[in-house]
Design a protein around this ligand. Structure first.
Ligand code: PRX
Length: 678
């Protein structure tokens, strides 16, 4: 590219090239019933009223003792919320609903096999199970306040029961995603210093009953090698009374929880009154380098924040049937399957299986059967369902009043399918931007207060004040449409407290970049840096462009991989697209494009490849022109359905793909490699 050309195309213009979409307005029916219809909430939560405004959220909880200090910044950036207050999370999620809603369904469990009946668990039944499980953890395993308990389980109600039992005891749970390996679990056991592991014998995935207990043995071994001894392993059974794993129990260490818990029948455990600042859980997440970090979430601040956002953003009412199709092993499941919905006394669906098994109609059959009216999932799942069964939703009679997307930017084309075909044009959609670290939503529209805009998350949540900084720490003018690093100016109750055992890494990863005075105890000096690039439109809506490390720097220009992928999806044949940076002698990096096609399509004579390349040039500019476009039969994906761009990038760059055995479809890797490398 000539110097002249590169000067002509500024970063700002590139951002603007991703077309602004029109607004979609929520229906009057939705607004009429919404929990939050009062726009003055933004004034109440202005920076002038910070931090006291968050009292409004804390008042949604039941406290044993009220707090004296809303926000303590004396150990900034380790902020303390609602100091002096005492509460219990399991009391708030269960006990307080008993008086009025004892026999209302709390959890609605759906096994994957369609011939197994769904299981409603009432608040009374949940209370009984959580008490008995807490007694078992206390008396068999010696679990007490402040102890860490690692839980490595699939999507079954016993997972939520075990989490709430830990919370009842004031113990800190560390849930490891069920699809992770024994090794990954062992490393997390070791880092957290857990002496107890809770697991399961087996679970269903795509029609197969998979062994799970073998991972526990590996995990215990890995932890032991790192010096952490696991004393007790509790094994829930997928079919109580029948052991479904091939791996034997280890005498004196392993106990069948489903049997053992019967010995605690009728036992009740008084909820431990923990200080608001006591950790509720750890959730490990990957960083750019090094081992996964244990994000430590507190009790009072976290619970207040997820309760309020479940009420106002998810618009959950006690009478709703709410289904979040995430895994409880991720933060979305913690905040928006378990803690938020249960704290509100709602009915929360737990689904064991994969959305496209046995076919892409499954989620819609479930919605129809259970009367789900709030639906929550990730763009990846939406794309997957759109690819496998674009016409399926129309075959079922279900009506969502509200839908959520979370976890990745959603391409406008995909958003529109979600809105028209899944939502049948009736549902209000929220695109919620946040992270494991942040506990709850950071940017989203409030569904009855602002219109939706496909591809944009929306403005900062009430009390969340985003700002975009450039690399040098200068603020990008509000609404300028220039991409930069989005940060949050202020602390908020849902944010994590630190990285477990590594305060330095907490400070250096999330604050050091924009902090000017490391000794300051003024929160204004500690903007939170989530590591995402973003652009703010003149209407104050933020569009998240992706991780800072996902940004492709082409000849000095920032291109969000998502921008390019969105352009690829404009080609009618394309179902999914992934963009990876490939090294280029002249431009530094250029995009390589991988696309898979909708059923029944093929690329004849390189026609689709050409269309994709043209679509990118047309919608973004020539600087984004891909080096190659590859049409693949499928993308390498994690078991949670995320496209593994890292693997594609390694293939494009002729590097080692690393360990791909944990992928959902490891075989595709060789196929793609042959296509690319010959
Ligand atoms: O890059 C952002 C992206 O997902 C990252 C956080 O991932 P994780 O901690 O796994 O949490 C996922 C569930 C909250 C963010 O740094 N991300 C999350 N939500 C969105 C998003 N990107 C765009 N739009 C979103 N709505």
């Amino acid at each position: 590219m000539s110097a002249k050309e590169s000067m002509e195309v500024s970063e700002a213009q590139i951002a603007v090239h991703w077309q602004e979409e029109d607004y979609y307005h929520p229906s009057t029916e939705f607004i009429a019933q919404a929990n939050m219809t009062d726009a003055s909430i933004y004034d109440r939560f202005s920076l002038d009223n910070f931090p006291e405004c968050f009292k409004e959220y804390a008042d949604l909880l039941d406290w044993y003792e009220y707090w004296h200090t809303t926000l303590d910044t004396s150990d900034a950036p380790c902020f303390k919320w609602f100091v002096g207050g005492k509460l219990n999370a399991s009391y708030n999620c269960i006990d307080r609903h008993l008086a009025k809603n004892r026999n209302k369904t709390a959890l609605l469990y759906l096994p994957e096999p369609e011939d197994e009946a769904h299981q409603p668990i009432t608040y009374q039944e949940l209370w009984v199970r959580v008490n008995e499980t807490a007694a078992m953890l206390r008396d068999t395993c010696g679990v007490k306040q402040g102890d860490r308990v690692t839980i490595h389980m699939p999507m079954v109600p016993e997972l939520a029961v075990t989490m709430l039992a830990c919370a009842r005891l004031g113990a800190i749970h560390s849930v490891v995603f069920g699809g992770f390996s024994g090794k990954a679990c062992g490393e997390r056991i070791s880092d957290s210093g857990s002496k107890v592991l809770v697991t399961m014998d087996a679970y269903y995935r795509s029609g197969k009953l998979l062994e799970h207990k073998d991972k526990a043995d590996e995990a215990v071994q890995v932890a032991a090698d790192e010096g952490q001894e696991v004393e007790k392993v509790l094994v829930w059974q997928r079919y109580p009374g029948k052991y479904s794993a091939a791996t034997p129990l280890v005498e004196g260490r392993d106990y069948l929880a489903s049997d053992l818990v019967k010995e605690y029948a009728g036992q009740r455990v008084e909820p431990v009154r923990v200080p608001a600042e006591d950790p509720l859980f750890l959730m490990y997440t990957s960083g750019t380098t090094g081992r996964p970090k244990g994000c430590q979430h507190g009790t009072g601040g976290y619970l207040a924040y997820v309760t309020a956002t479940s009420k106002y953003v998810q618009d959950i009412h006690p009478e709703d049937v709410y289904w979040c199709m995430a895994d409880i092993g991720w933060i979305t499941g913690h905040s928006y399957i378990v803690y938020g919905p249960l704290s509100l006394g709602a009915t929360s669906v737990i689904f064991e299986g994969v959305p496209t098994y046995p076919d892409a109609g499954r989620p819609w059959r479930i919605a129809e059967r259970l009367g789900v009216n709030i639906f929550h999932t990730a763009p990846t799942t939406v794309r997957m369902l759109r690819k496998a069964g674009p016409d399926e939703p129309a075959k079922y009679t279900f009506h969502f009043k509200h839908m959520t997307t979370v976890g990745e930017p959603i391409e406008p084309e995909v958003w529109k399918w979600y809105y028209h075909v899944v939502g049948k044009g009736e549902a209000a959609i929220v695109d919620t931007w946040w992270q494991t670290e942040t506990g709850g939503f950071l940017c989203s529209t409030m569904p009855a207060l602002q219109p939706m805009k496909p591809g944009s998350a929306g403005p900062g949540m009430p009390g969340i004040h985003p700002v975009i900084f450039d690399e040098d720490g200068e603020e990008v003018a509000k609404g300028a449409g220039i991409a930069g690093n989005i940060c949050i100016r202020n602390p908020w109750p849902g944010q994590f407290q630190t990285i477990w055992g590594d305060r330095d890494r907490y400070v250096s990863t999330y604050y050091a970049k924009y902090n000017k005075n490391p000794k300051s105890t003024d929160w204004r000096d500690w903007p939170y840096f989530p590591g995402d690039a973003s652009v703010e439109a003149p209407d104050g809506y933020f569009r998240i462009l992706g991780r800072v490390d996902d940004v492709i720097n082409v000849a000095g220009h920032r291109l969000g991989t998502k921008e390019i992928e969105s352009a690829c999806l404009l080609v009618p044949e394309v179902a999914e697209a992934a963009v990876v940076p490939v090294a280029d002698e002249v431009k530094g990096k250029v995009p390589d494009i991988y696309v898979s096609l909708k059923p029944g399509y093929e690329s004849i004579g390189g026609e689709v490849e050409r269309k994709v390349s043209d679509a990118i040039s047309d919608s973004i500019g020539k600087i984004a022109k891909p080096k190659h476009v590859y049409v693949v039969t499928d993308m390498p994906k994690t078991r949670s359905g995320k496209i593994m761009r890292r693997v594609l990038s390694a293939i494009s760059n002729g590097k080692d793909v690393g360990d791909v055995t944990t992928l959902a479809n490891p075989d595709i890797v060789d196929e793609v490699r042959k296509l690319v490398q010959g």
